[in-house]
Design a protein around this ligand. Structure first.
Ligand SMILES: NC(=O)c1ccc[n+]([C@@H]2O[C@H](COP(=O)([O-])OP(=O)(O)OC[C@H]3O[C@@H](n4cnc5c(N)ncnc54)[C@H](OP(=O)(O)O)[C@@H]3O)[C@@H](O)[C@H]2O)c1
Length: 303
């Protein structure tokens, strides 16, 4: 296959590109910064790095012609800074406008890609300590739910081109780095413990399973919305207990919410107020997880 990827230099995208290349696919990696992409992505004759301004239409869109599939991951990071009104606009538009331009590029392409795999997030459902959500559940009321709805609405327009659409509502992605990297800091200093109340849900997925699911979405007949979460979400207290066990570090010293907000900005909501998300359609599709439990995932990551 020839696969176009936006957000190709990110935590998820860079691993997806590596895995696609390792499986002998061709990759067109879109980036706003070619020199950083050249540093981050593997050297390969099957990789073409293309500069783009994702919020604007441009020549870059022609590179989508002749691709078999597109994976659209671009988006301003959620959990790095305070959500000022300007940042909120960027969080939204970096997703909606990029998706709009990708979908327009697919509409104009000849030949057209047969599939678009579009990222979304479990923030679609809002947060709750009591409810559980599957792909048929309604959307939430908060800012992240609003962003995910708008993002998915733009992706849905690709159906007018006859292109198969897979929307992945992604949980918190576990691997060295990412959200876990930031959460590990207190544990490394022997001062780890429940983050926030500990009662909030933590719906997660190992990065390798997420990338496998993306490749499967490209190559199978999957269609529609799938929760990209492991089948065993945990409460935060269970996550931090398991972290303590796997790292052989104490896990009783609570990490207050404000400490996490200092590290993650307003995006700390993702870890402080979670949601229990079950991958009902993903399991029904026959997807097999390499890391179904958080203990297996953390042991593999921290070994
Ligand atoms: N990681 C998670 O736990 C998680 C959970 C749920 C959903 N997701 C979603 O999955 C997608 C990929 O996640 P990730 O963890 O790989 O994200 P990431 O590491 O922050 O990478 C996202 C990529 O998007 C591009 N980007 C950043 N800011 C942008 C902007 N303002 N406008 C356009 N493009 C921008 C960057 O690529 P260039 O600089 O090369 O252009 C960056 O490499 C994101 O949309 C994220 O919201 C991630």
């Amino acid at each position: 296959m020839k696969v176009a990827v936006t957000g190709s230099t990110g935590f998820v995208g860079s691993r997806l590109v590596e895995r696609l290349l390792a499986e002998n696919h061709q990759v067109v990696a879109f980036t706003r910064n070619v020199s950083s992409a050249e540093r981050v992505l593997p050297k390969s004759e099957n990789l073409e790095i293309v500069a783009y301004s994702p919020k604007e239409a441009g020549e870059w869109q022609e590179k989508i012609s002749g691709c078999d599939g597109v994976v659209n991951l671009a988006g301003e990071p959620i959990a790095e800074n305070r959500w000022t009104p300007e940042l909120k606009k960027t969080l939204l538009e970096s997703r909606t406008l990029t998706t709009q331009n990708v979908v327009n590029a697919i509409a104009q392409a000849n030949p057209k890609p047969s599939v678009l795999v579009n990222a979304s997030a479990i923030g679609f459902y809002g947060t709750s300590e009591t409810a559980s959500f599957d792909e048929n559940s309604a959307s939430g009321q908060d800012f992240l739910a609003e962003v995910c709805r708008a993002w998915e609405a733009e992706a849905n327009k690709v159906k007018e081109s006859g292109t198969r659409l897979v929307v992945l509502r992604i949980g918190i992605v576990l691997e060295n780095g990412g959200a876990l990297g930031k959460m590990l800091a207190p544990f490394k200093m022997f001062a780890g413990g429940p983050i926030g109340s500990g009662k909030q849900w933590f719906s997660w997925i190992h990065r390798e399973d997420l990338v496998s699911l993306m490749i499967r979405a490209l190559t199978s007949d999957m269609e529609g919305v799938y929760n990209a979460t492991a089948p065993n979400p945990v409460k935060m207290a269970e996550l931090t207990n398991t972290l303590g066990q796997v790292m052989n570090r104490p896990s009783w010293l609570p990490v207050p919410g404000f400490a996490l907000e200092a590290m993650l900005g307003d995006g700390a909501i993702v870890v402080l107020e979670g949601q229990q998300v079950l991958p009902k359609r993903t399991l029904e599709s026959g997807f097999e997880y390499a890391y179904p439990t958080v203990k297996q995932a953390l042991e593999a990551i921290l070994k």
